[in-house]
Design a binder for this molecule. Structure first.
Ligand code: NOJ
Ligand code: CA
Length: 703
């Protein structure tokens, strides 16, 4: 009797459970969507028959409705999409966007609100997003207040994770490599600039890179973050291993406000049994909308130098002009202020950099500290620090812009907002007018410090909208953008390619004034932060040790000199800085040749070898050219890079190889290198020794 009841019960519930399946074009990735008898929605993901994500709940809580249970399936739709598109700039010339889509329309039985869940399944992973709708004539409201998102990623095991702590205002942390059970975010180094509050011991940032013991590489992130807060993840390992969405809050008890047609960003899972596939994935870009800028002619991948590193190294120059404080800076008569003598952005110094750029073929010069306000810019949570139009008296805009024009060099504007987004928005039109007047077509923005409106976070919805307003306004004015301290990118550069790069991670600058970035840092960044878009990492530091500038200073760049060269290839960006001082490049002028030669825009990219936290070897073919460049880097361990040249065309190539010297070591001897030339062809394989913390850079010219 008992058995019969049980059987009946099972049949009844089975009847109520509804399931939909969608697989990738090649069948390797399968998503199972289910709605159980309680109206709870779950999804699960497998790759080549292996479970990747166990059944995991999904849903949104709006102020008026909980899309977490009591749902019924109204309809479902599947479709296929296949197109190939050409990015304005990128790692490859063409990108195929090929997926199968499943849209399930769910209705909250009690009140008729509807939620579409849209899945896109690619050969390299999946994306899904929520699209809430009022749905029902009784509920015509098209505004939605999101109280919480309930997206789970139930993992199959205690994977190795490459992670940084979850914070609402910064991504500038050193990566940690631990098992999920060993994540302790509160123990992390907090040398980030100012706004480094860590949310909790078990909250981490996305993207997070995972590796399973049975060889699966899994990357969890988001795509197309627009008008919504960034997603962190809460880690739970008491009952299985789960990650749950944690949205960056705003100043109210809601996390986001949406207006129809409303959709969340895509929640993404990239998966493969090869680490190289993760780096080659274009899924995040594909989940973004096509280019929204009609005429993209003003957008130019470029290499630049700048009055910048000299402010970061010890005992050198500064952004500010005078030793004064406590006064209304913009109202002062600056001509009468006595300078302290260390100001970096002087007319003379700028000319020196312009000369260097012109001599060595750089496109542009960034000048930081040109405008008044730096005397009291940081830490004050002050609304009105910079006006973005008033230069210091020793910086003559007419003279420097005229000089740059004569030398064929562009100037890059710098707008440090000091976190005061409101002030920046008020002044942006004037700031752009000044740029137009002096022929600037690119700007580096910065958001150091706590955000104004006070209480908002760098990565909350208000600021995500702000960054978006800036991107769009700059695009309307034909200006390229490089944002520092913004939310981490999520592939938006497909839609707005004027967003050349951003920081949103721990850049090379940390090596100048903190414990720095350990040698493995650059082997993890491409698997994490760079999944969403290029980083202005500022490579090319030839003088690694800071005691060169100040006796006894312990700070240093944690790489060899040739690893700095390799970063131009392994850290993809259409905007690359030669970050060191001109005088340091003069000292190693033969190695500097690689930075001068290396391309910033590519027709093709091959990820030759990669393992997160250990090593990366990448080959890229310069746009509209037969020349290839290769970069290979390793962590703190010595290693031999194996470079199979079969990506080359037939015929001979001249290889110029910049490699670590025999005695090179990132700490003991970072400046030891050798340059070698030889003829190679596609049937050759190069085996190159990388020192501890070392690397190798190669230029391959077709003969
Ligand atoms: C932090 C940025 O990352 C750095 O590049 C810049 O020089 C300073 N802020 C000053 O704006
Ligand atoms: Ca390692």
């Amino acid at each position: 009797m008992k058995k019969i009841v049980l059987l009946l019960f099972c049949m009844l519930t089975a009847l109520c459970v509804q399931a939909e399946t969608v697989s990738s074009p090649n069948g390797n990735v399968i998503v199972n969507f289910q709605l159980n008898e309680k109206g709870i929605a779950t999804y699960a993901v497998s790759y080549k028959g292996k479970e990747v994500i166990k059944p995991s709940t999904m849903g949104l809580s709006l102020d008026k409705v909980n899309f977490t249970n009591g749902l019924k399936l109204i309809k479902s739709n599947t479709s296929t999409f296949d197109e190939t598109w050409e990015p304005v700039w990128g790692e490859v010339k063409h990108i195929r966007n090929h997926y199968n889509e499943l849209v399930v329309t769910l209705e909250h039985i009690a009140d008729g609100y509807q939620l579409d869940v849209r899945f896109r399944v690619y050969n390299d992973g999946i994306g899904f997003r929520y699209e809430p709708r009022s749905g029902n004539a009784n509920f015509p409201l098209t505004y939605h207040t999101v109280m919480k998102e309930h997206t789970e990623f139930q993992l199959t095991d205690n994977h190795t994770a490459f992670w940084i702590p979850g914070a609402y205002d910064s991504n500038e942390f050193a990566y940690q490599t631990t098992k999920l059970t060993d994540i302790h975010a509160l123990k992390c180094d907090k040398s980030a600039i100012g706004t480094n509050h860590i949310v909790g011991d078990k909250t981490i940032q996305t993207p997070v890179m995972l590796k399973s013991d049975d060889g699966l590489y899994i990357n969890i992130f988001e795509a197309a973050l627009i008008d919504y807060p960034a997603m962190l993840l809460d880690v739970e390992t008491h009952n299985g291993y789960s990650l749950t969405s944690h949205l960056v809050p705003g100043t109210t008890n809601a996390v986001a406000y949406m207006q129809e047609p409303s959709s969340t960003p895509w929640r993404t899972i990239i998966v493969s049994d090869k680490a190289t596939d993760i780096l080659a994935s274009k899924m995040i870009l594909n989940l973004n909308e096509p280019c929204a800028i009609e005429n993209t002619d003003f957008i130019k991948p470029q290499k630049y130098i700048g009055i910048w590193w000299e402010m970061h190294v010890p005992n050198h120059s500064s952004w500010d002009y005078a030793s004064i404080s406590g006064i209304r800076l913009k109202e002062m008569n600056w001509e009468k202020v006595k300078p302290h003598g260390r100001h970096g952005a002087t007319t003379e110094n700028t000319k020196r950099y312009i000369d260097f750029a012109a001599k060595h073929g750089f496109d542009a010069v960034l000048i930081e500290g040109w405008n008044v306000g730096w005397e009291e810019w940081s830490g004050l949570w002050k609304e009105d620090v910079f006006d973005f139009v008033t230069p210091y008296p020793d910086f003559d805009l007419d003279v420097v812009s005229q000089y740059a024009q004569e030398k064929g060099v562009k100037l890059i504007m710098h707008h440090e907002t000091s976190g005061s987004a409101t002030n920046y928005e008020r002044r942006m039109s004037d700031a752009i007018a000044l740029m137009k007047k002096y022929g600037y077509d690119a700007v580096k923005t910065g958001y150091v410090g706590r955000i104004i409106p006070r209480g908002e976070h760098h990565d909350g919805q208000w600021m995500v909208q702000h960054y978006q307003r800036v991107i769009e306004k700059m695009a309307q004015n034909n200006i390229m953008l490089n944002a520092h301290e913004p939310v981490r990118p999520t592939g938006l550069h497909r839609t707005y390619p004027n967003l050349l790069a951003c920081e949103a991670a721990r850049g090379n600058e940390f090596n100048a004034w903190s414990v720095g970035n350990q040698p493995e840092h650059e082997t993890i960044l491409p698997f994490t932060r760079l999944m969403g878009g290029p980083m202005d990492y500022t490579p090319g530091i030839f003088q690694q040790k800071m005691d060169h500038y100040q006796a006894g200073n312990p700070c240093q760049v944690h790489t060899t000199l040739t690893k700095q060269l390799a970063l131009y290839v392994t850290m993809y960006s259409p905007l690359q800085m030669a970050a060191d001082l001109p005088e340091n490049y003069e000292r190693f002028i033969d190695a500097f040749q690689f930075i001068k030669d290396v391309a910033v825009d590519w027709d093709d990219t091959r990820i030759l070898e990669a393992e997160p936290g250990d090593y990366i070897t990448i080959a890229r073919k310069e746009k509209n050219s037969d020349t290839w460049f290769v970069g290979a880097i390793t962590d703190e361990n010595r290693r031999t890079a194996t470079i199979d040249l079969s990506f080359l065309d037939n015929g001979m190539y001249k290889a110029t190889i910049y490699k670590d010297g025999r005695d090179a070591h990132w700490k003991e001897n970072p400046q030891s290198y050798q340059i070698e030339q030889k003829m190679v062809k596609r049937t050759n394989t190069l085996k190159i020794k990388l020192a501890a913390g070392g690397g190798c850079a190669i230029k391959l010219e077709k003969l």
